[in-house]
Design a protein around this ligand. Sequence first.
Ligand SMILES: NC(=O)c1ccc[n+]([C@@H]2O[C@H](COP(=O)([O-])OP(=O)(O)OC[C@H]3O[C@@H](n4cnc5c(N)ncnc54)[C@H](OP(=O)(O)O)[C@@H]3O)[C@@H](O)[C@H]2O)c1
Length: 338
Amino acid sequence: MEKKIKVAVMGATGAVGQVFMWMLADHPWFELTYATASASRVGLKYASTVHWVMPFEMPKKIRDVEVKEFNIEAMQEEGVQIVFSALPAEVASEAEPQLRDNGFFVFSNAASMRYDPNVPILIPETNIEQLDLVQAQGYPEKGFVVTNANCVTTGLAMALAPLRKYGIKNIMLHSYQSVSGAGYPGLSSFDITDNCIPFIRERKRRSRKRSRKSFPLIQRYTVSPFVYRSCLDTLKLSGWIWSRMLRLRTLSRIADFKNVPDLPSTAAQPVEYGADPTFPQPKYAFWGNPSGMVVYTGRLKKKNGKIGFLLMVNNIVKGAAGGSIQNAEAFVKKFGLI
Ligand SMILES: NC(=O)c1ccc[n+]([C@@H]2O[C@H](COP(=O)([O-])OP(=O)(O)OC[C@H]3O[C@@H](n4cnc5c(N)ncnc54)[C@H](OP(=O)(O)O)[C@@H]3O)[C@@H](O)[C@H]2O)c1
């Protein structure tokens, strides 16, 4: 590639924003050009103002990035084409349509535009055809918004993709969501230390609705989730699936992914199954290549016509910023921007 595409990160200091900054520091196609946070940080150097919560050192290249205000003209002057959004939904609901209307290609983690019928909820390994919707939004003449699924739906859609040809009917799941899923600073340590909270507002309804949009090939199934807030990083799901024609021998196909898109942030094997009964565990959250982009499954079993397994997804990498970066890569590749 001769010239990198200039990109901006909105909400660069939050839990998801930090992953964007880390993954974009040395990206082969994208050049980090603009980063925003809330007004009190404007004008400060990134390293001096962010509370870095990633489990490794901050890349040198982003330490001196200046935090800027949300200013569409300034972004246009800098030559930004792609905007990654890690804004809270209520802020994104105003900012993202403005960005789109000014011609930017917006890749968002926020929920605010996910139910617009022309806005894709994209997971390149499972529903790449959703990317065609950017043309329904007016691309190439106009900007657009592409969202990724939330972390529960991402993990589930990835783990079930190899099985969808077997006609899934019902899914019953328990979702153990990480503390980082609530953003930074999130929950009080008094509330979560040595604890597991069996309720997260809004999560049950959303995972049902989004799973349907992210699974266009499955027209009819029901998802019955229990949701909990538990460990620091990574989301874990345990679940049972009922399908019309699942045979025991097909269980070996649970990590058998076909047509993996060749993108810089996509793992060669996006779902990995571990046979060890203690696998997977949240301490492997940043395993894999690229780090945090692999969905891990384990504890596979069959009982009374249904199959059960555990899955683990890094909610801030594959389930958020890494998924958005992958979506932007899929877009530039499909429409020949590289
Ligand atoms: N955390 C996850 O696992 C996860 C997974 C999937 C999707 N998401 C979604 O991703 C988005 C970001 O989540 P998060 O967990 O990273 O949240 P977060 O930790 O609360 O970070 C929010 C970011 O937005 C900035 N911000 C807040 N209010 C602003 C305003 N009025 N103007 C400009 N910037 C503002 C914050 O800046 P300051 O630091 O200066 O306040 C911070 O950089 C949310 O929509 C969330 O639902 C999160």
